[in-house]
Design a protein around this ligand. Structure first.
Ligand code: F6R
Length: 246
C-alpha cells in the first residue's frame, strides 16, 4: 500500500503550533473562496492549545466557520471545567466570537438523555453541513484518534465508547480523583474521520515518540493502532516537533 502521509517536522512546540495555525488558516481561505464557508473537525487535548492561540489571531470577521469537535465525555455537564465543551469555549469559540468571526460550533452533547440518538444526530449534522473539509487530530500514546481506542473498526461511526484504561489513566491528571475520571465518551468514528477531505495530525513531545515511530513504520493499517487507518487516506498531513519525531 502506498503511504500517503505528508510529514513535516518543526524544531519546537511553538513553531509547530504556528505552522499548524497557518496551514489551517490557508485551508479556511481556500475553502471560503470555493464555497463561502469552511467545515473544520477539531480536537481538544494539550497538543492543539498553541495552534488555537495562533489561529484566533488570524481569523477575522470575513469568515464563516462551521466546526465539529471529535468527541466529548459521557455523561458530563457542559459547565464542568473538564468537559470538552468547556475547553472549546475557552480555547476557541469565545476568542473567535470576540474577533466577530461568524461560526456554528458543534460538539457531541455530553448531557444528552439518549446517547444513541445523540450520535445519530451528530452524524446527520456533519452530513447536513456537507462533510468536513479539514479534520485536525491529536494522537494518543496508544494510537487512538478521537476516542477510537485500539480495536476500533475502520468503518465505525459516531458512537458511545468505553475509554481504554490507559487513556483513563492519562486523563486522570486533570481530575481530583480516579473516581471522577469519565469512563465513557461519544466520539466520531474512524469512518467518520476518514470521510474528511483533508486531515492534519499533530503530535508534540517525547511521550508521542514511540507511537509516531510505530505509525511511520507501518506498511498497512493495524487494527490495534486506530491512527494507522490514516495511511489509507490520500490527503493526510502530519505535523511533528523534533521531540515527537523518533
Ligand atoms: C481529544 C482527542 C484525543 C487527543 C489525544 C491526544 O479531542 O480526541 O484523541 O487528541 O488523546 O491528547 P493530547 O493532545 O492531550 O496529548
Amino acid at each position: 500500500m502506498m503511504k500517503s502521509l505528508k510529514i513535516s517536522t518543526f524544531p519546537d512546540y511553538e513553531t509547530l503550533s504556528k505552522e499548524a495555525a497557518m496551514f489551517v488558516f490557508q485551508k479556511i481561505k481556500e475553502t471560503h473562496e470555493q464555497k463561502n464557508t469552511c467545515v473544520l473537525g477539531l480536537p481538544t487535548g494539550s497538543t492543539p492549545i498553541g495552534m488555537y492561540q495562533q489561529l484566533v489571531t488570524l481569523i477575522n470577521d470575513s469568515f464563516q466557520l462551521t466546526t465539529f469537535n471529535l468527541d466529548e465525555y459521557y455523561p458530563i455537564q457542559k459547565d464542568n471545567d473538564q468537559s470538552y465543551h468547556y475547553f472549546m469555549s475557552k480555547q476557541f469559540w469565545k476568542p473567535i466570537s470576540s474577533q466577530s468571526a461568524k461560526g456554528e460550533f458543534n460538539i457531541p452533547n455530553g448531557e444528552a438523555k439518549d446517547p444513541q440518538e445523540e450520535c445519530q444526530r451528530y452524524e446527520q449534522a456533519i452530513k447536513n453541513a456537507g462533510g468536513i473539509d479539514l479534520m485536525i487530530l491529536g494522537i494518543g500514546g496508544n494510537g487512538h484518534i478521537g476516542f477510537n481506542e485500539p480495536g476500533s473498526a475502520p468503518d465505525s461511526r459516531t458512537r458511545l465508547v468505553n475509554i481504554a484504561d490507559s487513556t483513563v489513566q492519562a486523563n486522570s491528571r486533570f481530575f481530583n480523583s480516579m473516581a471522577e475520571v469519565p469512563r465513557q465518551a461519544i466520539t466520531m468514528g474512524v469512518g467518520t474521520i476518514l470521510e474528511s477531505r483533508e486531515i492534519l495530525l499533530l503530535a508534540s513531545g517525547k511521550s508521542k515518540k514511540n507511537i509516531i515511530s510505530t505509525l511511520l513504520a507501518l506498511e498497512k493499517p493495524d487494527r490495534q493502532i486506530p491512527a494507522s487507518w490514516l495511511i489509507t487516506h490520500p490527503h493526510v498531513y502530519v505535523y511533528l516537533d523534533t521531540e515527537a519525531r523518533a
